[in-house]
Ligand binder design. Structure first.
Ligand code: BEZ
Length: 255
């Protein structure tokens, strides 16, 4: 990659833009936090902690928590909340067996090397430690991906940029965890339509900027065409947009 050209495949995070367009992600985390049921004093690792809003809530519940994320901008925001937050790639976790639990919310779908993630999580857990996570499951944002692929085909773009995510079925993810020495206690696919208070354009540019950037001067045109395709499926008569989220929630124990 030439030094003067941006890497179109790489997701760039901005804590400010995330706060504006995606605050609902941490606000909708009550279910997975219930599954985690953190106990005071427990040492917990939060993989893909983002800007640390949810990590700070777990700390305030009494957990001794470490957050990791590969984004410098997010880690700076998390540290500003007084958290022990470290830059580390979830696909290359560097911990020994020191955690009672590993937690993750809305992050693992950004880590397609799921075997590497699971083995790093297993290594980080004490014997019988638990892994509790929620992320995009099979069918997540299917309408959005289909619309971007249609525009990619129309404009001769790179279709891989429309869907860089890992959205497994419960069966596939359970088998993967079992291969890495986990015993799965419960796993579920949960439809989660989410009203996008700031509309679909902000969502698309926050989460899939690399797809639109590939069209150069036609970036805004490609964005407008994608929005037009999505309107009948995701926009109601009052102009409210709803994203077709589907979550995969899991609790597993290191056996
Ligand atoms: C999600 O949280 O499911 C998600 C967020 C951004 C892009 C794709 C999926």
């Amino acid at each position: 990659m030439a030094a003067d050209r941006p890497d179109l495949r790489r997701q760039q995070w901005s804590a400010g833009s995330y706060d504006t367009h995606a605050r609902f992600v941490s606000e909708l985390s009550a279910g997975v936090v219930d599954w985690l049921a953190p106990r005071p004093g427990e040492r917990i690792l939060d993989v893909g902690c983002g800007d640390g809003v949810l990590t700070a809530e777990l700390r305030d519940m009494g957990a001794d928590i470490v957050g990791v994320d590969s984004s410098e901008d997010f880690i700076a925001a998390a540290q500003a909340r007084g958290l022990d937050a470290r830059i580390m790639d979830g696909e290359d976790l560097r911990f020994g067996p020191e955690f009672d639990a590993v937690f993750s919310n809305a992050a693992l779908h950004w880590m397609p090397q799921a075997d590497a993630v699971a083995s790093g999580i297993c290594r980080a857990l004490k014997p019988h430690g638990r892994f509790v996570a929620e992320f995009g499951g099979h069918g997540n944002v299917a309408a959005i991906v289909t619309a971007m692929r249609a525009i990619g085909i129309r404009r001769g773009g790179d279709l891989a940029l429309a869907n860089p995510w890992f959205f497994p079925t419960p069966q596939v993810y359970q088998a993967l965890l079992e291969r890495h020495g986990f015993s799965v206690k419960r796993i579920a696919l949960i439809p989660r339509p989410v009203v996008l208070k700031t509309g679909i354009e902000g969502w698309l540019m926050l989460f899939r900027k690399p797809f639109f950037a590939q069209f150069g001067d036609s970036e805004q045109q490609a964005l407008a065409e994608t929005v037009d395709l999505l309107r009948p499926a995701l926009c109601d008569a009052q102009g409210n947009w709803t994203a077709d989220y589907v979550r995969l929630r899991v609790e597993a124990v290191k056996s």
